[in-house]
Design a protein. Sequence first.
Length: 592
Amino acid sequence: MAQPHRIQIEDVSPQVNCGRHPAKRTLGGTVEVSATVFRDGHDVLGAAVRHRPKGSPAWQEAPLALLGDDRFAGGFVPDSLGLWEFQVVAWTDRIASWQDELRRRLEGGQEDLQGELAEGALLLGRETLTVEEGLAAPLGDRHDPAASAVYELDVDRERAAAGAWYELFPRSFGGFAGVAAVLPELAALGFDVVYLAPIHPIGRTNRKGRSGALVAGSGDPGSPWAIGAEEGGHTAVHPGLGTLDDFDALVAAARAHGLELALDFAIQCSPDHPWLTEHPEWFHRRPDGTIRYAENPPKRYQDIVNVDWECEDRQGLWEALRDVVLFWVARGVKVFRVDNPHTKPLPFWEWLIREVRSADEEVVFLAEAFTRPVPMLALARAGFSQSYTYFTWKNTKAELVELIEQLRSWADVYRPNFFANTPDILHAYLQRGGRPAFEARLVLAATLSPSYGIYSGFEHCENVPLEDGSEEYLDSEKYELKERRLDGPLLPLVRRLNEARRAEPSLRRLELVFLETESEHLLGYVKGDVVCVVNLDPFAAHDGAVIVPAELGLPAVFAASDLLSESRFEWRTGRNLVRLGPGQSHVLKVEV
């Protein structure tokens, strides 16, 4: 019978779903590892974290230090993308244990230490030993070693975790050439990702008209999400936008300005998509031979049909969808916003993301998943790099605090992206609050979340709904052509926020400390050495004390410069009186 290990290793962190899925980290950041390590008796234990890229034959090792209460912690820095492995190892350090016992005997006044010195000499391989020599002996004895299970990490590039996104419809900017023309402005505004609504040919059957009308007018362009026509499907571009060569030039131009293009990956087809003719087996038909159109009651999408995930040629369907993504990856696209992934099979996403990232580890997937918490987390575990959240519907102080605390509890696997608006979501807060509401939501999105985004029109404070009680826009860009220009009144604020995000790494992380503000309208929080205070009320000014706790370690009195207005203030640990106009904010850099 083998001798059982006396050392126990428990509660290893990070791990996701009991180690069944990898935790997420970014390249160049420290992976903080901790574990509870103990054994019977009073022996001194040592511990370390072993780590390596998955598939590498050799482990590297970093020490773990005892924090107290049998908790050890330390970390390592991954230096390559992809999957990594790590495990915690622990051992009894007999030399340190002997030295500890010897010190305690000395402190207790014991003088006869010959037996203890004899034991130490045997342990150290010496014939004789003095007290001084024994206490000075180097450590490093690893007796009775134990090891935890092996856990995985998914190491992404920074863009998977942090970035500023701008969403636009290419047809509203004059096609690919028009988008290329505004790239220098978008780069100067500090955006990282330019997300394009679908660029593919648009079906004509059941094409929707203005404001989603069931019958399109003769000049109505249709919804870009009704993908596919005689010109092609998911690997073709709408001829009104340009050619594939024009798209390649756009990718190159974005790269030259330090920007990335994100494409929309929507697994749906117009009735005119070539796949319906080439692969009718991929679509479900009713007994009378008709195809059921896509629905999300009460919404109906007569211009769209969905694939049949239960079809007999599942392998062919999955591989075709994978090949669509790889087609655009080969053209230089490394970021994809995925439409409604929670309505598709989870095993498909696990397979597809693994296939794509095995071909190119830099690919980033954003989940447009406005759904229940359980499937949102499941998509993150399946491999999605980041996800939309409930941010658009969280507008009170209590709601925002609750949201952030929930996201922080998911942080090992789930990365948020706070889009302040989308083509589908114009929240009542924006509809009623005017420009102050837009300013407050912009500051919140850009400073609370590592990744955030706005859909074009936000900077113009567009806030007219289709009708009372609706979150749809009147004259929605989804169904008609618009002429867009980057000249909205909120762009100076956008620029300052993005400059602050690039200058202050803490604004690109989720970690924060909420501050007591003594006002339900003022939300205060600290990220690193940046203090943010936002008036959530777009209709009235509010004042109140913002309390900086001593636990933050800031000086009793300190100067702070506002990154939004360049004003300077004197703040202090303790109470600070703040007055902010409707929807206004402070983003204060602490000068220490």
